[in-house]
Write a protein that binds this ligand. Structure first.
Ligand SMILES: Cc1cc2nc3c(=O)[nH]c(=O)nc-3n(C[C@H](O)[C@H](O)[C@H](O)COP(=O)(O)O)c2cc1C
Length: 362
């Protein structure tokens, strides 16, 4: 089972899932008339509209949508959010899927920025939400005129919001997160527009600012924007990559030890590369971490180093093209938060080999 963001094509499946769950699971607590009225307002078009204003997620198993949930601002408020549309198909209930959906929603940016999260809970869902740590809003343990309980949970302000007191600082934190989440590898065609050297310099500076083991600063960088030299560099790469890029940054490393026999060169240049990838993206350019092509047995990195007349003590390990992409980079599928990150003792016991992971470009 994986939880991913809703896509437009999911509208029908989500609507059907909700209708079936309401008619099956909720029928013990609500009249047919009540449920059919709800279902009328949860048609595919309604789901698509919700997904526009809320962050909508689906739980998927073997290509089938078996659960859903969404989060959005509570009446447009910045620091209060509300969970909506949480359903798990009757055949998949009591397997922890609802819990996983709530956990994903509680890690969404609408939750992280909120000090309070509300749930309009059905009578059917009430015990589950209470178990998830939600309590009656204002202590009122009664359904309202919509026959729903109003539940809420107060969140500890996140360290980020505690440190960043001002709206301006909170905005910076949000933009930073958006930047990180919207960076994707680009392997398509670049426009011929040149990258000004001041931009390349800023990217190099971001790379050099990265941490390095014992501050050994094992990473060095070469920006190539001279069209003739760049052509020479790109022409030794086989199979060809980044052929249309107007500039490229070559990452060099010196494999010197930080202490005793501990060499952190790989960690050092990886940190530098990520800094540069984020900077490249922040400036409106695209890139891709090309390393496999360079450090494989055919040692293309060595050939590029020769073209650039790099001294022997440096190893050329990576090339980052820099340029304006002709089309927006596509987001690869990533495993949901709760499959790869946990708090405290929540690390689940599962068969890691069941995770679909491969070296393919996803
Ligand atoms: C160490 C390392 C080596 C990589 N080498 C290549 C490569 O040779 N060719 C390539 O197309 N992408 C390469 N990538 C990019 C990954 O395929 C890419 O980061 C991954 O698919 C996730 O996509 P994202 O960058 O859009 O999040 C490399 C990434 C890393 C971290």
């Amino acid at each position: 089972m994986m939880i991913r963001r809703f896509e437009t094509a999911d509208g029908r499946a989500v609507s059907d899932l909700i209708a079936h769950t309401l008619r099956t699971t909720n029928s013990k607590d609500y009249t047919e008339e009540y449920l059919e009225n709800d279902i009328r307002h949860l048609q595919p078009g309604d789901i698509l509209r919700r997904a526009e204003s809320q962050h909508f997620y689906v739980a998927e198993e073997d290509g089938r949508i078996i659960g859903c949930g969404s989060i959005g601002p509570y009446w447009g408020k910045e620091d209060e959010s509300s969970l909506f549309t949480i359903f798990v198909h009757p055949d998949f209930q009591r397997r922890g899927i609802g819990k996983s959906i709530i956990e994903v929603l509680e890690q969404d940016e609408y939750a992280l920025r909120a000090r309070r999260i509300e749930i309009p809970a059905s009578i059917t869902g009430l015990p589950f939400y209470l178990k998830m740590g939600y309590t009656y809003k204002g202590g009122k343990a009664e359904v309202d005129e919509e026959q729903l309980y109003r539940l809420e949970k107060f969140r500890e302000p996140s360290p980020a919001s505690r440190i960043s007191q001002t709206d301006e600082q909170r905005q910076v934190v949000r933009e930073m997160m958006d930047l990180i989440l919207s960076r994707h590898s680009f392997r398509g065609t670049y426009t011929p527009e040149k990258v000004p050297q001041e931009d390349l310099r800023a990217i190099l500076e971001a790379g050099l600012a990265a941490p390095s083991g014992c501050n050994k600063q094992t990473t060095s960088l070469v920006a190539v924007d001279d069209p003739i030299l760049l052509r020479k560099v790109l022409s030794v790469i086989d199979p060809p990559i980044a052929q249309t890029a107007p500039a490229a940054i070559c990452v060099l490393t010196r494999r010197i030890n930080a202490y005793r026999d501990r060499c952190y060169a790989v960690q050092d240049y990886s940190a530098a590369i990520e800094n540069m990838l984020l900077m490249i993206h922040a400036m409106g350019y695209a890139s891709c971490w090309y390393e496999g092509h360079l450090t494989d047995v055919d040692r293309i990195g060595d050939k590029i180093a020769k073209v650039l007349q790099v001294p022997e003590e440096y190893e050329l390990v990576c090339l980052l093209p820099v340029g304006i992409p002709e089309e927006a980079p596509k987001a690869p599928r990533k495993q949901p938060f709760e499959v790869r990150a946990w708090f405290n003792d929540e690390v689940p016991c599962f068969d890691v080999s069941s995770l679909k992971q491969s070296c393919s470009k996803s």
